[in-house]
Ligand binder design. Structure first.
Ligand code: COA
Length: 220
């Protein structure tokens, strides 16, 4: 008698990201421009990378100016790879051209259409919604242009601003990893957040509906 193998996957295969070679990327929001970083930006990025309060929960620690420059060079090298899987962009305020932060997206598992998002902003611009505006733009681009299925992020549970930002973006807390990072002399926990493409589309449609336009559901 013929034995049959168990069926592990009977549905359609996930499709790979649709476009991964967008270079350079420039996104514009009402108050901000998200753009590729240049070596000349190192003094501006170092303004927050050398601030111990800003890097408190980051893996990088406090950066010297040379380390900020090295970071930009590494980002530019990784961004030039084909297929491109990393977009770590500077966030410029349109009203005065000041570089106020960075927001990044990296496709970690292309075959599963999953990416990770992160964000770091100057302390003196906190609490004005800039990080929300920039991160929403990059995530929206990732879902629409890269065809991502899922975007995740993580933060130390003590990093309340980061957790609030991800929740404001509609990301759901999915897990609590205990002591999975050794950072700045101590073991740190992580909260894992994520949002799926259908949840992102539904939230965008709800927002349109609330603003008076007819709700537009996603095609999925
Ligand atoms: C994480 C981080 C980017 C969040 O910054 P933030 O200033 O809280 O976020 P936003 O710029 O989106 O501002 C949101 C706040 O502005 C308020 N706000 C004002 N105008 C707003 C607007 N137009 N749209 C949205 N929010 C607005 C919000 O209500 C919110 O207020 P709250 O602080 O009382 O909750 C910032 O704390 C940071 O850079 N931290 C250091 C780096 C870091 O830890 N990164 C994360 C690693 S996991």
């Amino acid at each position: 008698m013929a034995t049959s193998l168990p069926v592990l996957w009977s549905g359609p295969r996930p499709r790979p990201p649709t476009t991964t070679n967008v270079n350079p990327l420039r996104l514009t929001t009402p108050r901000l421009v998200l753009r590729e970083l240049a070596e000349a930006d190192a003094p501006a990025t170092n303004a927050w990378e050398s601030d111990p309060d800003v890097v408190r929960y980051l893996t990088t620690g406090v950066h010297t100016l040379d380390e900020s420059l090295d970071y930009i060079r590494e980002v530019r090298r990784a961004s030039a790879e084909t297929p491109r899987l990393l977009w770590d962009l500077g966030v410029e305020r349109r009203e005065d051209g000041l570089l106020i932060g960075r927001v990044g997206l990296c496709v970690r598992r292309p075959e599963h259409r999953e990416a990770e998002v992160w964000f770091v902003f100057r302390r003196d611009v906190a609490g004005r919604g800039y990080a929300t505006e920039a991160t929403r733009a990059l995530m929206g681009w990732g879902f629409a242009t890269l065809g991502l299925h899922r975007i995740m992020g993580d933060c130390d549970p003590r990093n309340a601003r980061s957790a609030r930002l991800m929740e404001r973006l509609g990301m759901r807390r999915e897990g609590h990893l205990r002591e999975n990072w050794w950072l700045q002399g101590e073991w740190c926990d992580s909260w894992i957040y994520a949002v799926l493409d259908r949840e992102w589309s539904a939230a965008a449609a709800d927002e349109k509906g609330a603003s008076g336009e007819a709700p537009r559901r996603s095609a999925r």
